[in-house]
Write a protein that binds this ligand. Structure first.
Ligand SMILES: [Cu+2]
Length: 647
């Protein structure tokens, strides 16, 4: 990446910080006055809409043409911005913003562009829905008081920003490697997290919305300021019907999809081969989403049309990726989509087919409840490590838990390590991580010039790290891939419910024992650079922040949501933490992007040779508890219990 000059960077910032409701209002007025060409006369721009995607494609093609005609990048980008400004007033502003952002994100390799946060870009849409009058909120918002218990999560501004940004990075114009598979995987992971969260908060399990002939039982009304955005309708009441013709289309398509799955249209060519599985899922999910990974089918873009059919009830948040998560129906619609992926997956040959077990050893036993337990999986809260510095992690681990202490166990308690200065310091291990509810303040000025200040709550957790004791039994130096997952213990036999926490490469000397250190902030799932406090964002363009950062990748999961809620009852909620070691599957030691799980690396191969979510990419078979049995039986897998307690 290279830096662009500060004036140009500031100009980009200012464009994205611009007040969009005014532009939207002007555009609506022009439509009314018949000043806009009919094919451009859009009321709500939605990248889920096929026709809108095509309009964006031609805008992006214009940007590319302008860009290619200039000798240097700075001149090229400023001409593209001129072109963007020329188009304002002739095409829908959200179509133009979307196209510009997709274009810039594609060229982000050459440029270190800082876009303002969602708090600045779309302030009216981050307002918590609880700021609607309470009664109005319950009646219209979600249909039940219970559902509002999840507002803090569904309406988390940075979660919504993440989702919006993901759909910019994985767009329809610039094809990415394994894009269809990524659509399936990223959304399945969000669902696993959402369901674990509901379970922890103590509300009903999520049910799918699979039949649009049934009125939408849940409603959604965002905070009242959303109406000032000129982008959305007033909200969707509970039990609102989807238009009959849309429901007919959806039903017809759903039946065709199920028939094609059952006919084996999307089966992998070889039922055991991972590359064949990846290609097959990529094609299937790419067709359903849709993305360029898909194929022609009558139901192509089934998922996207579903967003549109639901949004059409009242120009709802479902039409827009950076607000869709706020609505309960998003999760119900996506659970239905995921059910289709599950139908496809149930046709694969189940695990265990682990033929490629690397020469490693992690010690383990079985605890009193019959579940796997490993003394080689050690967890610490980083604020319980005296004089902790992340760069000393490996040294701390080796000193506290390795070398002549290799055969000791370290149940929750206080221990010691020797720091590089020779001094003995304290370190505590834990079996429980805490989550908290914190309050932050958002301040914004509406398009009417009114200043708003709101408190909102967000979930946060103890900063923590893992120490994993791993033995390389090979006589060779090896590189291994470490894969970490968690799941609510009661759901540990359900392969859809495992939450990916991290995956990374380690180097091992021949026949060696190593204490591997890994901090939560390094997680391959999390957006980099890590945002520790969601309300700390740049309120203004600050060129000093524009330093190069090879790890920068803006589409990862928000750090503060890395751990699920857990439970506020008793000891908290019992989770299982599982580690699986595979060979050198990750392409490259230092990916361009530090958030490879959900972001891949830009324009290159997805940096994992195995199917996303491996080993939970297939059902497990054998015995009463096949997943736990596989963990017990295989030398390259281990697990332990971890409590997550909300305090
Ligand atoms: Cu999405």
């Amino acid at each position: 990446m290279s830096e662009i000059n500060p004036e140009l960077a500031k100009r980009i910032w200012d464009i994205f910080a611009g007040i969009k409701p005014v532009l939207r209002r002007e555009f609506k007025d022009k439509i009314k006055a018949n000043e806009i060409a009919p094919e451009q006369a859009i009321t709500q721009f939605s990248p889920f809409n096929r026709e809108h995607q095509q309009l964006a494609a031609s805008v992006i093609a214009d940007f590319e043409k302008v860009f290619a005609a200039q000798p240097d990048t700075t001149a090229a980008i400023s001409k593209v911005l001129d072109e963007f400004e020329n188009k304002i007033g002739r095409q829908h502003p959200d179509l133009l913003y979307y196209s510009l952002e997709v274009f810039l994100s594609h060229h982000n390799d050459d440029l270190d562009i800082i876009l303002p946060s969602i708090f600045i870009r779309e302030p009216e849409s981050v307002q918590p829905s609880s700021d609607s009058a309470a009664k109005f909120h319950l009646q219209l918002a979600v249909g039940s008081a219970e559902e509002t218990m999840m507002d803090y999560w569904r309406e988390d501004p940075l979660l919504n920003e993440h989702h919006g940004h993901w759909h910019i990075v994985y767009n329809n114009q610039y094809t990415k490697n394994r894009q269809g598979e990524m659509f399936y995987f990223m959304h399945r992971q969000m669902l696993a997290r959402y369901m674990a969260e509901r379970y922890g908060v103590g509300i009903d399990e999520l049910t799918p919305f699979s039949d649009m002939h049934v009125p939408i039982e849940v409603g959604y009304t965002a905070g009242p300021d959303i109406r000032l955005s000129e982008r959305y309708g007033t909200g969707r009441p509970v039990n609102a019907p989807v238009k009959e013709e849309y429901a007919d289309t959806q039903t017809q398509w759903r039946l065709m999809i199920e028939e094609d799955i059952n006919k084996g249209k999307y089966d992998p060519k070889d039922p055991y081969d991972m590359a064949a599985e990846i290609a097959a899922m990529d094609k299937f999910a790419g067709t359903i989403e849709s993305s360029p990974a898909g194929i022609q089918a009558p139901y192509n873009n089934y998922h996207g049309y579903g967003h549109g059919f639901i949004a059409s009830v009242n120009n709802g948040v479902m039409g827009v990726p950076e607000t869709a998560l706020r609505d309960v129906i998003f999760w119900k619609w996506h659970l239905h989509i995921d059910d289709l992926f599950e139908q496809w997956m149930s046709r694969l040959k189940p695990h265990p087919v682990f033929k490629d077990i690397p020469p490693v050893k992690i010690r383990k036993s079985v605890d009193a409840t019959g579940t796997p337990d490993s003394a080689d999986l050690i967890i610490c809260k980083t604020n319980e490590i005296e004089d902790y510095h992340i760069e000393d992690g490996a040294l701390i681990g080796q000193s506290a838990f390795g070398a002549n202490l290799w055969d000791e166990t370290f149940p929750q308690g206080s221990y010691h390590y020797q720091a590089s200065d020779g001094k003995v310091k304290n370190i505590a291990t834990t079996g429980t991580l805490n989550t908290f509810t914190r309050t932050a303040t958002m301040e914004y000025v509406t398009s009417k010039g009114e200043k708003r200040t709101y408190n909102y709550t967000y979930l946060a957790h103890d900063p923590f790290c893992y120490f994993i004791r791993l033995e390389n039994t090979s006589l060779q130096a090896m590189q291994y891939t470490v894969r970490l997952f968690i799941v609510p213990k009661e759901w540990s036999e359900n392969n859809r419910k495992w939450i990916e926490m991290d995956k990374f490469l380690v180097d091992m000397a021949p026949s060696s024992r190593q204490v591997i250190f890994r901090a939560d902030t390094q997680s391959s799932v999390v957006k980099k650079p890590v945002v520790l406090n969601p309300d700390e964002y740049d309120k203004e363009f600050t060129p000093v922040e524009m330093e190069l950062d090879a790890q920068r990748c803006k589409c990862g999961w928000p750090y503060h949501l890395l751990l699920p809620f857990g439970s506020d009852k008793g000891d908290g909620m019992a989770y299982q933490l599982m580690v699986m070691i595979t060979g050198n599957d990750l392409v490259g030691r230092q990916p361009d992007c530090g958030s490879l799980s959900f972001c891949g690396t830009k324009d290159k191969m997805y940096p994992d040779k195995r199917p996303m979510g491996y080993p939970f990419n297939r059902p497990f078979a054998g015995g009463k508890m096949p997943i736990n049995q596989a963990i017990i039986d295989h030398a390259h897998m281990a697990a332990r219990t971890l409590f997550i307690k909300h305090i």
